[in-house]
Design a protein around this ligand. Structure first.
Ligand code: MTE
Ligand code: MO
Length: 383
């Protein structure tokens, strides 16, 4: 069993697939803490978790001036300044289950919690590329940075992905080769000993168990870069889809969802009000500036309170423009409409480019069930 080395996981995780292991936390737990505890952080593995000996670990860097360079784990930790970034990771398939309700799609049936927020520390990818020979000569030719993981299938094919070179070398891009998550060494499920963290970019490019970096004129040739993680028109089907015709997903669109109360749960109406909680995030470093909440199916709206630190803590200073990598949690207490027996709670977020979420799923439905970011709707019963 290639999965026999997989680590133990927290029993509260809701499992989407065991082998490979894919799971998300219960939504109510997600909004309990601003920083998601690593044990509860969603886990998305395409392959068995590789067992890596930190003493033997080597990172190869290719495609730069002067030939390949290789780094040990100690090199990464001691030769480059340690940089810390709080960044939200979201799978392209987050909220896919809502697309399945419109029409069947192909992929893991994620709920609303294939998204989590952590503090990551490691070396800046920019520093490593500069050290390994990145310069103006490379910049005029290469356009992509490819990553390869140590996890592989029975044929030896490894997980791979790439990001634009400009993001990788930008001082403001904050791309990390992370060796710590939430102040501890990376857990096995999250890429021990080193993973790429590409803030603002879809989860799929944040390659875990990183073994190789290639600066290239081309995108990664991997299945996941070329023939997956792309968006299509609602009527494109598996007979007509041409994966070459669409760009690979990089930045994700504006997103928000209600984590509390849960769908179908009873809500005590004796206080005459209901408290609604959730998360909001946008890709590309765009900051969430507002979350609107409705308790009447979207007829009237209330503006929620946003939170960018743990509850009870001082709010964090605003990130520099274009570098809002972390989500905001939000909360609002709304008076109940009189004589209602059932409520439809709705949320929608706005980012600082004034991007908004679409009001329904059908017009953004796509065969792979990615980029699912319609208004989130939750029905509850009043008791
Ligand atoms: N990296 C490797 N090597 N193998 C993988 O299967 N999955 C990707 C990405 N990096 C993956 C990977 C996908 S699709 C996502 S959403 C994120 O890792 C999930 O990261 P997490 O498990 O730390 O939440
Ligand atoms: Mo993903």
């Amino acid at each position: 069993d290639p999965y026999s080395n997989d680590p133990k996981r927290h029993p509260v995780l809701q499992i989407n697939s065991l082998k490979p292991f894919n799971a998300e936390p219960p939504p109510e737990l997600l909004s309990d803490s601003y920083i998601t505890p690593s044990a509860l952080f969603f886990k998305r593995n395409h392959l068995p978790v590789p067992k890596v000996d930190p003493e033997m670990y080597k990172l190869e860097v290719e495609g730069l001036q002067g030939g390949p360079v290789s780094f040990s784990l100690k090199d990464l930790k001691t030769r480059f300044p340690k940089h810390t970034v709080t960044a939200t990771l979201q799978c392209a398939g987050n909220r896919r289950s809502e697309m399945n309700e419109v029409k069947q799609v192909k992929g893991l049936n994620w709920g609303i919690a294939a998204i989590s927020n952590a503090t990551w520390s490691g070396a800046r990818l920019r520093d490593i590329l500069l050290y390994a020979g990145y310069g103006p000569e490379v910049a005029t030719k290469a356009q992509h940075v490819q990553f390869e993981g140590l996890d592989c299938d029975v044929t030896g094919t490894t997980y791979g992905a790439s990001i634009p070179l400009a993001k990788a070398v930008s001082e403001e891009g904050d791309v990390l080769l992370a060796y710590e998550m939430n102040g501890e060494e990376l857990p096995a499920d999250h890429g021990y000993p080193v993973r790429v963290v590409v803030p603002g970019i879809v989860g799929a490019r944040n390659v875990k168990w990183l073994s190789k970096i290639v600066v290239s004129e081309e995108e990664s040739k991997s299945h996941w870069q070329q023939n997956d993680y792309k968006g299509f028109s609602p009527n494109t089907d598996w007979d007509t889809v041409d994966f070459k015709s669409a760009p690979s997903i990089q930045e994700l669109p504006i997103q928000s969802a209600i984590t509390h109360p849960a769908e179908g749960s009873p809500v005590d109406s004796s206080m005459g009000e209901v408290t609604v909680r959730g998360y909001a995030w946008s890709g590309g470093g765009r900051e969430v500036v507002r979350v609107d909440v409705s308790v009447d199916g979207g007829k009237t709206w209330h503006v929620a309170q946003l939170q960018n630190a743990e509850k009870g803590e001082e709010p964090a200073p605003s990130p520099p423009p274009g570098r809002a990598w972390a989500w905001k949690l939000w909360e609002i207490t709304v008076p109940l409409p009189t004589e209602a027996h059932e409520l439809e709670l709705v949320c929608k977020a706005v980012d600082n480019s004034y991007n908004v979420q679409p009001d329904s799923v059908a017009p953004i439905w796509n065969l792979r069930g990615v980029l699912s970011n319609a208004w989130h709707r939750v029905k509850v019963k009043l008791i």
